[in-house]
Design a protein. Sequence first.
Length: 310
Amino acid sequence: MGEPEVLLPQMEVQTSSIDFSTVTIGSPQVRQIHIVNSGEDELNGELSLLQDSSVYALQPQGIFTLSAHDTLSAELTFTPSAEFTYIGQILINGDDLGNPEHVIALTGVGTALPVPALTVSTSNLNFGTILTGSNGQQQITLSSTGNDTLLISSIDFDLGVYSIDVSTPLALVPGASRLMTITFQPDGAGAFSGSMTIVSNSPSTPHVVSLSGAAEAAVSYAGSVQPVLNSNCGGCHGSNGGLNLTSYNNLMAGTSNNGPAVIPGDGASSLIIRRINGTTGGLMPQGGPALSSGTIATIETWINQGALDN
C-alpha cells in the first residue's frame, strides 16, 4: 500500500489593499472581499478588522469555516465622519500552513459635502437723511464662502426707492465675491424703511438686509432764509462794515471777529445759530424780538443741508 493522500486547505485572497479614495462625509461606500479555499480540505480561520476609529465596518467578522473549493465573501463599508485620512487593516488568519496570514491595508479620505454658502458684509444699511431729488449710495459685498458654486437667483427690494447695479442670476465660485452699489433715490419727503432680499442656493437662503433712509425738502435760501435776515438783521448787519447779512455771498464770507458765520452741514456749531439762540454773546437780533423757534429751525436746517445758494 502507498502513502495515504494528505488533504490540505489553501487560502487565497484577491487583494492586499483597498483604497476608497475620497468619500463625502456621511456617505457610505462598499467594497467586497473574497476569501477562496482552493485546497482539498476544510479551511478554518478568523476574520478581524483593526482601526483607530469606527468609520470602517466589516461583515462578517470572527471565526469562519470554509469547505474545499468554496468562497467566503465579506462586505467592507467606509463611512467617513470628518475631513480626515483614515487607515486600517483587515487580518485574515487560517490553518493554511503555507499561507496562514493575510493582511489587507485600508485607506480612505473624508471630504466635506459640497455646499454653497453666502456671506453678506452687513445686515443693515442706513442712508441717513438726504434731500428730495437727490440720491445716496452705499456699497455691500456678497461673498461665496462655501465649497460649491453659489448661485444668486434674485435680489429684490420691497420699496421702489432702492436699486442695485447688478443683475441676476449671478454665479460666484468658492472664494469669489461681488461688490455692489445700492442707490437710495427717494421720490418725496419722508422716512423710507425697507429691505433687500437675496435668494440663492445657499442652505441659509434667503438673506435679508434692512434698509433705512429719509428725505426732506430743501430749504430755500432765497425764499426762507434771506427774507428773515432782511427783516430782522439788516439794520445792524448791512453794508456798513462787520458781518454783512444782505446776501448769500456776504453771509458765507463770514466777516466776523468770532469766525465764519456759517459752517455748511453743521448748523449747531455755526455762529449765526449760536447768536440767534443766545448761546454765544448777546441774543440776536439786538433790540428786537427773538426769532421764533420755527424760524431758527428753518435756518439751521438750511445749514445742515449744506447751506446751498438756492
